[in-house]
Design a protein around this ligand. Sequence first.
Ligand SMILES: *[C@@H]1O[C@H](CO)[C@@H](O)[C@H](O)[C@H]1NC(C)=O
Ligand SMILES: *[C@@H]1O[C@H](CO)[C@@H](O)[C@H](O)[C@H]1NC(C)=O
Ligand SMILES: *[C@@H]1O[C@H](CO)[C@@H](O)[C@H](O)[C@H]1NC(C)=O
Length: 305
Amino acid sequence: MAAAAAAASGAVSSSTLLWVILLVAVGGSPYLPHATAAPSTNAAAARDVTLRVDRRQAMACAHVQVVVDNGFVQVTLTKPEGHITGVRYNGERNNSCNTPPARATRQGTGMWLDATELRIINSSKEQVELSFRSTYNPSRKDSVRLNVDKRLVMLKGSSGFYCYAIFEHTSSWPALNVSEARLAFKLNADKFNYMAISDDIQRYMPSAADRDAPLAASLTYKEVVLLFKGEVDDKYQYSLDKKDNAVHGWISATAGGSFTGFWVITLSNDFKSGGLTKRELTSHVGPTCLTIGDDIVLNVGDGEY
Ligand SMILES: *[C@@H]1O[C@H](CO)[C@@H](O)[C@H](O)[C@H]1NC(C)=O
Ligand SMILES: *[C@@H]1O[C@H](CO)[C@@H](O)[C@H](O)[C@H]1NC(C)=O
Ligand SMILES: *[C@@H]1O[C@H](CO)[C@@H](O)[C@H](O)[C@H]1NC(C)=O
């Protein structure tokens, strides 16, 4: 992870996390595809990338959303927070949703990185790039001690989109530990039932409901349960060494013979610390799809840029 190097040497100015989220449809095949795919580019049929800002009135409060669409994929985000609230592929409804966790108020526990400002970096026909920024506010006790810039990029003709984030800590700010930074997608539970994290680790998965009582019994810690079938489910069973975690995700393999995939592709291991043999979560019951960059704790010192 670039930031780990920064913490050690003070030489690198910011940390960048980069992922691509890919959606693919596989029509009519009786077999489930292996977990490998490349972004499809079909320039001839491709539509220009469009950007739309909608103002929605829900109950008493106005809610603004941004919609980025290239004809293959449509991503909806809240403005200015930058939460992905919907992903549609080929006009299908809402394949996934990026759900806010319970809000934490103390430094050192989980924080949802809400942005306060949207900047449009690019809105050409070929490429839309959005920046959702927040800045550290020292007068607020629960403010994350970082400038955070969450980016979304969509290219013309591509059946996916890119996500990355830039974290900046200036030399006048107090110390901070970042144990984990992640982007998590909750997929549509009615559709995504087959999970693949590598060529030889893939299967139909239990559902989130299968993990609840009375269908399952809790075991030693909350992540691990004994399912009705006698099988143990634990998301850590699906961890991979970082060097092997290139593509993972879910396939919607329901009746009708047309399959849709939701894949997280990690383009580079540069942002990941702990070494190539550090294991990390991939996908798990939910259906949940994670992208995690962590350190064996990133320590940023007082006044460290
Ligand atoms: C997508 O579905 C989720 C869960 O049902 C819902 O919370 C979200 O508002 C939907 N988003 C859009 C853009 O329809
Ligand atoms: C915007 O997108 C176009 C087309 O891909 C590209 O040529 C240009 O360099 C981009 N500009 C910025 C500021 O990213
Ligand atoms: C960061 O973690 C270290 C232990 O690794 C601890 O000594 C330090 O107090 C922590 N700093 C903050 C700001 O929480």
